[in-house]
Design a protein around this ligand. Structure first.
Ligand SMILES: Cc1cc2nc3c(=O)[nH]c(=O)nc-3n(C[C@H](O)[C@H](O)[C@H](O)COP(=O)(O)OP(=O)(O)OC[C@H]3O[C@@H](n4cnc5c(N)ncnc54)[C@H](O)[C@@H]3O)c2cc1C
Length: 423
């Protein structure tokens, strides 16, 4: 069993820009495999050299943006543009895209490390959008659309969810009707991340009515097109519980003329092709959840060492210590599963059981870690200054989006266990 001494903050440990110990900073000397509260993942022999390099580089960027930065952005509801530009400068926005379009040409295994390092959710919209364009877009579209995205000159949002259909995505009602060299789009979308600030939108709409297709997964098309104030689109921001720096929106459109050249791929292709990219989304959101979970656990461990009640650090009580140990084990287990899912994705595995299961386990483990961090801080867990209440509000998102835990259980029950479809 480790002594308190081992876990105590070391004088040479990294400090935040304010000169205080930065509990989020796990970056330190990788040659010293110590597990310390601020350094929970130093000892990760399972990482490849390129994953370690990504972790090091992203960790350095993140060090410039401590928790106070994210708290301020949440309160001012301001998109973290400087952080985003720092990612763009290093080419990190295009981590998985080919270098001929301004990307770094790495795999999802490396992108997962990037997502995990950030310890906050940053819409993966850019990733999601850019992952679909290479699969389905023409060479001309890829050049035109990907370069500005990867360079951070443009941002894009991804619009699938609708208020009247929810998780029953194949029933979406937004329609796109071909008329000469354009389509007329009408319908509504909800919860569209960054629609206030994005210049582009990737939107899913039905090009053939559901009554006229053999399978409901047919007749859907994707469009990647401009988003600006001169279009017949209304974008209304949704007031929400947390994650204030990143806007969420209801989007209404009627008679919106979208050039036919902005359609990505063939008209009405099978939704299964779109689903493939969704496995990547599950993995990345799972990794973002892990980032929050580890951040919460780090803070909980530091506080549990420092806070003395009844004449001893609260972390000496097993009622405090054991749940934190349990959270570390569960986060690590989820991390390993997500790493496996990312490797399989990079190897061309198309089925979604590992991506879904990894996202489920990560979101649940991270939620528990955040909740325990709040409770372990006592009253201070409820104070903004310790940041754990913000993590707890934020970590609910990966439990809900892009799919809920029930949806994942439905999928595993049906596809892995061979049980009857339950929805
Ligand atoms: C912060 C945030 C950001 C988001 N960003 C985006 C975005 O950028 N783009 C986008 O397109 N969408 C986005 N979403 C939407 C998100 O993907 C959906 O909220 C999510 O898919 C759940 O859909 P719903 O809200 O319609 O839930 P519903 O479909 O209404 O489901 C409600 C509840 O019922 C349960 N349920 C429904 N059917 C069943 C069943 N058969 N069996 C068991 N349980 C069931 C669900 O699990 C859930 O708990 C975002 C959501 C949030 C909260």
């Amino acid at each position: 069993m480790a002594s308190n001494e081992q876990f105590r903050v070391q004088p040479e440990d990294p400090v935040s820009s304010s000169g205080e110990q930065d509990p989020n900073c796990w970056l330190s000397d990788h040659s010293v495999p110590r597990l310390e509260p601020q350094n929970l993942q130093t000892y990760t022999p399972d990482l490849t050299e390129s994953q370690k390099a990504v972790r090091e580089a992203i960790g350095k960027i993140c060090q410039k943006y401590p928790d106070d930065y994210w708290l301020a952005r949440e309160q001012s509801k301001e998109f973290p543009a400087d952080f985003y530009q720092d990612l763009a400068k290093g080419g990190w926005l295009g981590i998985c895209r080919p270098d001929k379009y301004g990307g770094l040409g790495l795999g999802l295994a490396e992108a997962s490390i990037k997502a995990e390092c950030r310890r906050h959710l940053l819409s993966t919209s850019t990733f999601l959008v850019s992952s679909r364009l290479p699969n389905f877009g023409t060479e001309q579209q890829k050049k035109k659309f990907l370069e500005p995205l990867m360079a951070g000159r443009e941002r894009a949002c991804f619009a699938v969810t609708e208020p009247d259909t929810g998780l029953d995505t194949l029933k979406i009602q937004a329609k796109a009707v071909r008329n000469g060299n354009h389509y007329a789009l009408s319908g509504q979308k909800i919860w569209i991340t960054t629609a206030q600030t994005a210049q582009k939108i990737l939107i899913l709409a039905r090009t053939t009515p559901i009554s006229r297709v053999k399978k409901s997964s047919e007749g859907l098309s994707l469009f990647y097109t401009d988003l600006n104030d001169n279009l017949p689109i209304q974008i209304a921001e949704i007031e929400k519980m947390g994650h204030g720096a990143i806007d969420s929106n209801a989007v209404f459109f009627d008679g919106w003329k979208v050039p036919a050249r902005d359609r990505i791929g063939d008209e009405g292709y099978d939704f299964k092709l779109i689903m493939h990219g969704m496995n990547a989304e599950r993995i990345l959101i799972g990794c973002e959840a892990l980032g929050l979970g580890y951040a919460a656990l780090r803070r909980a461990a530091i506080y549990s060492n420092e806070r003395v009640v009844f004449g001893r650090p609260i972390g000496q009580n097993q009622a405090i210590q054991h749940p934190l140990a349990d959270s570390w084990m569960n986060l690590e287990a989820a991390r390993l599963m997500l790493a496996q899912a990312a490797r399989m994705y990079d190897d061309g595995y198309e089925s979604g059981e590992y991506a879904n299961a990894g996202k489920y386990l990560a979101a649940e483990a991270a939620f528990k870690a955040c909740e325990r961090a709040v409770m372990g801080h006592g009253g201070m867990g409820y104070a903004k200054e310790y940041h754990v209440e913000r993590y707890l509000r934020e970590v609910l998102i990966p439990r809900i989006a892009p799919v809920t835990k029930e949806t994942i259980c439905n999928y595993i029950g049906q596809t892995v266990l061979g049980l009857p479809k339950s929805y």
